[in-house]
Design a protein around this ligand. Structure first.
Ligand SMILES: [Zn+2]
Length: 296
């Protein structure tokens, strides 16, 4: 039986890779019901419970990036790494070293110049003392849940998934955080910028009973899209303005459409008590269903 399941998996991966080179058109459209929150919980358990604290330039961070890369690859996504330099500083009162960090970027081979696309991101790093179950293994967990849900499924536009490095602050100003997403935005071509229809950052999405949908300004049309998506799946939600504290801000401050999901306050924030038990599986599932409803 072990042998049989191994062969099955190999066939599935091969098929998923084939699907990325042109047969997706024959697949049905993804549905919110395709979401399986077990994927998200497994990610939270691995990143917070096994890897632990993972500031963006540390060996632990690179182990986490390797693991996310392998998960996406196994699901048939084409994965690339994007390295960038990060300065040293103080991250939530603990010193952190300068060094390189990396974004893990995945697509399904369906990106074409001039064709509109969507980006979904979550930061993978933590502050030095925190295992980061909620901040932000929860967001990576939902990212992988969405990745799995759309394997063999069509979406309304090509989707890019990004696990961002070095989101957490290394100093007090607006230029002292979000290093991975700023490197990603900096390296977009003019054509990619023109055709990006929206970026959603999932950051702390496993606490609370309602999905927080945040944007820097009121009346954000992308935020309205996410609100409509929440209503379609019957997910309770809260709308938040003045939200600049995650990777979506790197996009918005550069003139691109970006929204954040998540940010419900919790006692273990940036603390060594941000462990697996903090995260609520139902909230992960709710968030994943909203995202799938947005991209379907
Ligand atoms: Zn965070």
């Amino acid at each position: 039986m072990v042998g049989a399941s191994r062969v099955g998996r190999r066939e599935l991966v091969g098929g998923a890779v084939a699907a990325t080179v042109g047969t997706l058109a024959g697949c049905r459209r993804v549905r919110p019901g395709d979401v399986e929150s077990s994927t998200a919980m497994a990610a939270v358990r691995h990143l917070a419970g096994v890897v632990g604290p993972r500031p963006g330039t540390t060996p632990a961070y690179f182990r986490a990036a390797e693991w996310v890369d392998a998960q996406l690859d196994r699901l048939g996504w084409q994965v690339e790494r994007q390295r960038f330099a990060v300065p040293g500083g103080f991250s939530w009162v603990a010193p952190v070293d300068a060094g390189d960090s990396v974004n893990v970027i995945a697509h399904r081979g369906d990106l074409r110049p001039g064709v509109p696309w969507l980006a979904i991101g979550a930061h993978l790093d933590t502050v030095p003392r925190s295992p980061g179950a909620e901040d932000n293994a929860s967001g990576i967990g939902v990212l992988l849940t969405v990745a799995r849900a759309v394997t063999w499924r069509r979406t309304r536009l090509p989707v890019v998934l990004i696990a961002f490095g070095a989101e957490e602050p290394r100093g007090p100003t607006d230029d002292d955080h979000h290093y991975g997403s700023r490197a990603y935005v900096d390296r977009l071509t003019a054509g990619q910028r023109r055709s990006l229809r929206g970026m959603v950052s999932m950051d702390r999405v496993g606490v609370g009973d309602a999905v927080v949908i945040g944007s820097p300004e009121d009346g954000d049309p992308l935020r309205d899209q996410l609100v409509a998506a929440a209503e379609r799946v019957g997910a309770p939600y809260v709308v938040e303005s003045g939200q600049r504290s995650s990777d979506h801000w790197s996009f918005v401050r550069d003139g691109l459409p970006g929204v954040r999901l998540g940010s419900t306050p919790y006692a273990a924030y940036h603390d060594d008590s941000d462990v697996v038990s903090v995260v609520n599986r139902d909230q992960l599932e709710r968030t994943a269903r909203v995202v799938v409803s947005w991209i379907r």
